[in-house]
Design a binder for this molecule. Structure first.
Ligand code: AR6
Length: 178
């Protein structure tokens, strides 16, 4: 685990592990536009939260790429789930960087609107959607840093790394950016 403290007492943490186990106010889900579940982290979150999560997602009616929606967390230790839809990597010239940054920004905005103080992120788009991990972690660290420096509600952001490769990329991005 590594931890970075900002002057304003806010912090960024990088941890190895499973996001469904995180005891935070909100975890972020790397969903698809239907919000009706899938594989990867989305599947793990739905399994751990239980069927009521899918029921609530059905009421929302989907989410655009780059945007985010909030639900309760049901059986998860986290109180809420913020579902965001990352871009599918298509070579990098289809606005993927802008859309991925938007996922982090919108998730943080929705978290703040809901008085969330701690939020955990998976590496959005880096699985089935094939976004190159090193590029993705740079974008996520940049966006989260910007937000924590300028806004007040959220106190801690955690990057939850499901593989050693993702963990290493987060460490490098943090060294470069912070
Ligand atoms: N905790 C933390 N991170 C995880 C976990 C976990 N339990 N499981 C996987 N990851 P992916 P995407 C990491 O494929 O690329 C779904 O089917 C994984 O190692 O889950 O945004 C959706 O419904 C990877 O680094 O999401 C969409 O259709 C990261 O989470 C599509 O996949 C994201 O991998 C979204 O694709």
């Amino acid at each position: 685990m590594s931890k970075l403290n900002f002057k304003n007492k806010k912090q960024i943490l990088v941890v190895k592990g499973d996001i469904t186990q995180q005891k935070v106010d909100a975890i972020v889900n790397a969903a698809n536009t239907s919000l009706l579940g899938g594989g990867g982290v989305d599947g793990a979150i739905h399994r751990a939260a239980g069927p009521q999560l899918l029921e609530e997602c059905r009421q929302i009616g989907g989410c655009a790429t780059g945007d985010a929606k909030i639900t309760r967390g049901y059986n998860l230790p986290a109180k809420c789930v913020i579902h965001t839809v990352g871009p599918v990597w298509k070579g990098g010239k289809q606005g993927e960087d802008y859309l991925l940054a938007s996922c982090y920004r919108r998730s943080l905005e929705i978290a703040a609107e809901n008085q969330i103080k701690s939020i955990a992120f998976p590496a959005i788009s880096t699985g089935v959607y094939r976004y190159p991990i090193a590029a993705a972690t740079k974008i996520s660290v940049t966006e989260v840093k910007k937000y924590l420096e300028n806004e007040n509600t959220i106190e801690s952001a955690i990057f939850v790394c499901f593989s050693p490769e993702i963990y290493d990329c987060y460490q490098k991005s943090i060294e470069e950016i912070l």
